[in-house]
Design a protein around this ligand. Structure first.
Ligand SMILES: Cc1ncc(COP(=O)(O)O)c(C=O)c1O
Length: 285
């Protein structure tokens, strides 16, 4: 890997060279996917919206009956140190907390297990998608607790792979006729100058970018409604966007190989993208 000289990760209280950081084969995150994670975008070597990400991490941990292993200030101190050691220009902070390693393999949650805690700065390829992307829809085959940011992402991996096998950028999960979210993004649709997004539920991840976009829309008095979006409505949208911490706000111009409206990025996307960039700049410079 390039650019990793002096690149330290935090693992269980230690700062280690990325190549030397190792976990046990008995780690429950490895064996069962008994773990949760966060991805925090980094601009100007500073984490963006760190508090929201840490709050969501605590919620994910609570949902799997774990306490946060560190307090807010300790996390921030670790982020600063890990970021300071990284020479990468485009990077994100990756945080994973697993239940930890235990000598015997069994599903039951042991009382006396110490969590595995990893914080690493990893490279991103933030692509500023100005021309829009091509996405397909796929049947949602995920579990019933998608609000937890769990590392068990096999359905997401396979949906992304299905998209790439037909030379498209990504896939949108559809369940019972409703379009829910992307494989690593939330879904927005514009129709007649109103912006719509799927409401928070156990079927989607409460995206931090989603909440920031909603806040920006409200601040600028742009109509925003959180409501279930049918696949039929999505097909008739004026604009479709996918939002995520690293990818930001991605315009979709082809859905299931058909043009979204006239097949070019829309004016609302152009506006909200500028406002989002302003928000990032305000908070990271
Ligand atoms: C399934 C899913 N939905 C939505 C998102 C977007 O969340 P955020 O904006 O917090 O990155 C992600 C991010 O990885 C995701 O995996």
């Amino acid at each position: 890997m390039s650019n990793t000289k002096g690149h330290m990760v935090y693992l269980n209280g230690e700062y280690l060279d990325l190549q030397k950081a190792k976990i046990s084969v008995l780690d429950r995150g490895f064996l069962f996917g008994d773990s949760v994670y966060e991805v925090i975008p980094v601009y100007n070597h500073r984490p963006f919206a760190a508090k929201q990400h840490l709050d969501r991490l605590t919620k994910s941990l609570t949902a799997i009956h774990m306490d946060s292993p560190l307090d807010h200030d300790s996390w921030i101190e670790i982020f600063d140190r890990v970021l300071a050691s990284s020479a990468l220009t485009d990077k994100m902070l990756y945080i994973q907390v697993t239940r930890g390693a235990y000598p015997s393999r069994g599903h039951a949650i042991p009382d006396d297990v110490t969590p595995t805690v990893l914080v690493a700065a990893l490279p991103t390829t933030r692509r500023y998608v100005l021309e829009g992307v091509n996405v397909i829809t796929v049947k949602d085959q995920r579990w019933a607790n998608c609000r937890i940011k769990a590392t068990t992402l096999l359905p997401n991996v396979l949906a992304k792979d299905a998209a790439q096998r037909v030379s498209t950028h990504d896939a949108i999960f559809v369940k019972d006729g409703f379009a829910l979210e992307g494989t690593a993004s939330n879904l927005f649709m514009v129709k007649d100058n109103t912006v719509f997004t799927s409401p928070l539920s156990a079927n989607i991840l409460p995206g931090i970018t989603r909440s920031i976009v909603i806040d920006i829309l409200k601040t600028h008095h742009i109509a925003i409604e959180e409501k279930m979006i049918t696949l039929d409505e999505l097909k008739k949208a004026d604009e479709i966007w996918l939002t995520g911490s690293v990818q930001e706000i991605v315009p979709v111009v082809l859905l299931d190989h058909c043009a979204v409206a006239d097949g070019i990025v829309g004016p609302m996307w152009k506006r909200i993208t500028r406002l989002y960039a302003d928000r990032v700049e305000q908070e990271t410079t």
